[in-house]
Write a protein that binds this ligand. Sequence first.
Ligand code: SF4
Length: 332
Amino acid sequence: MPRSTESESVILEVKNLVKHFPLRSLGFRKKNRVVHAVDGVSFSISMGHTFSIVGESGCGKSTIGRTIMRLYPPTAGEVLFKGENIFTLQRKSLTAIRPKMQMIFQDPYASLDPRMTAGELVAEAVEKHGIVPKNQLGDYIISIMKDCGLSEEQAERFPHEFSGGQRQRICIARTLALQPELIVCDEPVSALDVSIQAQIINLLRTLQRERGIAYLFISHDLAVVKHVSDTVAVMYLGEIVEQADKHTLYVQPAHPYTKALLKAVPVLRPGAALNSLILSGDVPSAENPPRGCRFHTRCPECMEVCAREFPKPRVLSPNHWVACHQYNGPPR
Ligand code: SF4
């Protein structure tokens, strides 16, 4: 897979990551059935940068985040955090690295224990990992909450007393209090109103600027991804099909799937035509992905070769590659 040419220091390197989920075999069906959630994905993230993965629901993007965080065991591949393969780390080393790699989830309410106050929720992991001395804990928690737009008084309140956006701020404060260097943000604003989405995105960007945190940002929403990303990878049925710096991807998309996704982004301009997704059909089953190019069953530009041969990634410019036969020359 083509590699990024960015010169900044890399904090996370994902190499040929594979995650298959075995399905339970039924008595009359002997064959071992497997869902190909992630199939050979590679990318790297530089310190202080945002790498986004975008694609339709079920494409495997959240599975990547969870496998990187070791919430799922990998099927194959490596994930290097600051050069260390986290899949081979023993429990003690993994615990030591945990505060540095954190995750924010889509549903802020589900991630918060309803019996704990906001202050207790933020303090919980800080105490466990000994981030600050005990006598400084109170002041530290309040200052982190303030950094996330929450007040000192709110530290005494319970999750049900907050709005959705405020609850996501508590989740971000919990994460931030551990002084992470990388945060996996899995659809962090999808459950929020549009106006609140903008506030949370702005908060994430401010924190990144101030603290140099790297984000792996996972979203189905290209409009949101545009605001946060340095690099964007487009994923389809377990594979990355195109990757580019943000500007290139939005201005010169190469893969037919990327073009279709971009056409489906609503344009908020008076009189602008309403674009609709030009793709037909459903995403094929990840249990039995199509041969050749996995997108060929829905691609409006499909050629004869596409159903037969897997399209090799082709570098179009230093920060842009695509996996599509259209860029591999003849045959057409
Ligand atoms: Fe479409 Fe063929 Fe390119 Fe796949 S390889 S995206 S089917 S043109």
